[in-house]
Design a protein around this ligand. Sequence first.
Ligand code: HPA
Length: 275
Amino acid sequence: MSTINQAAIQEAAAYIRQHSNNINPEIGLILGSGLGVLADLIEDGISIPYHDIPHFPVSTVEGHAGELLLGTVGGRKVMMMKGRFHLYEGYKPELTTFPVRVMKELGVKSMLVTNAAGGVNTSYEAGDLMVISDHLNMTGTNPLMGPNDNALGVRFPDMSEAYSKRLRAVAHEVAQEQGVKLQEGVYAGLLGPNYETPAEIVMLRTLGSDAVGMSTVSEVIVARHAGLEVLGFSCITNMAAGILDQPLDHSEVMETADRVREKFLKLVLGIIPKM
Ligand code: HPA
């Protein structure tokens, strides 16, 4: 039986509302490795540590601080998760996605999610940005497992346009205005925490994926279940295993994320007012 129920969601939302300075967020941001600096650009922002919010999980991974921020970006009220939860940390899938439930409860209508990913498409290069057109859930699990609460969403949610066409078009428009190269492709979300084997990367490419990572799919499944419109980006921080003759390393991921931060941030800031 799922531990995530409406009472827990409402308690977390109530706590946030009490501490939110009357900021009613319309857009939820879940930003992966490297984009946490967007936090500094939030106007009139308030911060709530995850560990103060009832039922919220607390993140453990390097490079992911744990606080919720509310404020204004580009004239839009946002709720930003600074630090996210990964299945490989050992959380149950419904817990990694609990913040998405809370976003919905607080009135959020759309969600922007970013991640660091390995490039599976051999025409990509490290430092590319990719708008996610679709995903493969290769985590072996699902945050909607268990009895369905019809108040949260339907038992069998449609995933035929998990990543909004409208928002993808906005992303391309803004990228073009900014002169930023923007790839579009399919993100394969795996459980991790090990990087993939070269054979797994061949498999993923054969199955139609362009990028691979260890996040995002659970959050997007829950967002769609909850009826949120979704826009997702991958920062291609490295070429996936076996493509280049070199081992993979978390420090390379962080270095590339640092290197492209400015253009990624500018793109996201250009898009938020148009979401
Ligand atoms: N594989 C999985 N996750 C990742 C990678 C990768 O190559 N790069 C950044 N996150």
